[in-house]
Design a protein. Sequence first.
Length: 433
Amino acid sequence: MISTKDAFVVRGLGGKRSLSGIIKVNGSKNAVLPLLAASLVCKGSFTISNVPLIEDVFRMNELLSDLGVAVTTEKKRVYSYDSKNVRTTELDHEISKRFRASVILTGPLLGRFGKVSFPHPGGCVIGERPIDIFLYGYKKLGAEVSETGDEFLLTAPRGGLIGASIFLPLPSVTATEAFVLAALQAKGITTIKNAAVEPEVTSLVEFLISAGASIKGAGTSTLEIHGKKGLLNPRNIYKTIPDRLEAGGFLVLAALAAKDVTITNCEPEHLEIIIETLRRAGVPIEVGKSTLRIRSEGQLSFIGSGFKTHEYPGFPTDMQAPMTVFLTQAKGENLIFETIFEGRLAYTQDLVRMGADITMWDPHRVMVKGPRKLKGKVLDGPDIRAGLAFVIAAAVAKGQSVINNIYYIDRGYERVEERLKAIGLDISRVIVS
Ligand code: EPU
């Protein structure tokens, strides 16, 4: 495992546009994690390709192995999963608490085995992350919920979960995924209304359908799952969709510092709002089928616009931090409104230390005045996305930055420094043993 003490040292470009070359996007973290959880509702082995080699995937593999799932590395970024020898439905506390997506496993375990115990899941420090919607949905499906100390125990009725109509108070991404996976083994039909429509949810639903599930409404906010069809039977290798958040982060970096950078292996359709927001600001983006290219002769100047985070296809909360860095380099006074998570703007204080002009109005809103020159600093990566935003800020800044605590960056981005180095960024990993 990578040490939490590892750091990145970045020598900033001081505003120069010199990055050049090709940078490849890997498979999506938030798409692959529910796919791995889906191994628990599959008969026999199933194989997933384009798996990003990131810390959250390693933790999910550890959790699945601990449950008794056979996890096999077929080749680089290709894994097979076989759940025929699952021996427990108790999620290991220590591993589960390290990443919130562990909570997705509660759905397939409860649906297939009728019970699951788990701790309150951990994750990034981006505000309170309750699990009330999960508990509400499982109760709707007939489960009993009990809580002792730090542990939740869910128990299905004797004959298994019972199909129900679940209206989500918020279109929670992982709750939608967990309910779909639970409902596959429920008796009758389950309808999830106000379901999340993020591409990662749709990718899970499409995979399940390809493996024999009967689900209507893929890609819409109403999903109808016909349960009790037995375990699924995936026939083909399923390829993880490209990570739109990684592509978006690279696009912001390229917008600020590229001479000629092409981002490959991405899905531009999943990034429309980011592409449009940057284009409106004056960033020249050439969109191909699975590529994004930014070229510039000399300096560019940008006019920023504020934004409000929103569920897909609106502005993703996971792109809020990189876009805030962009706005520090754009002309104007722009308000950023983080509507999804409270506490996901705290990192802006570090950008202020770097020279940005950002005023916090309240935990959900900041005002960014730009453009401002940034200076390299020592920073502590607070969460996956703000961690990458610090790398972008450090790349733009003058002088050297040290970004500590890069375990957070490694949770979501595979060896990002190697890919950034290949396009000309002076970045290195300092390993602290
Ligand atoms: N919420 C509740 N109660 C619940 C569940 C969620 O109040 O029981 C609230 C959350 O606190 C939040 C809102 O609902 O205010 C939406 O959160 P959601 O449940 O959709 O988030 P999530 O499923 O925990 C996924 C991604 C996050 C991403 C969000 C929003 C995965 C593994 N994680 O989290 O990704 O920010 O959706 O799109 O898919 C990241 O990749 O860095 C990351 C944090």
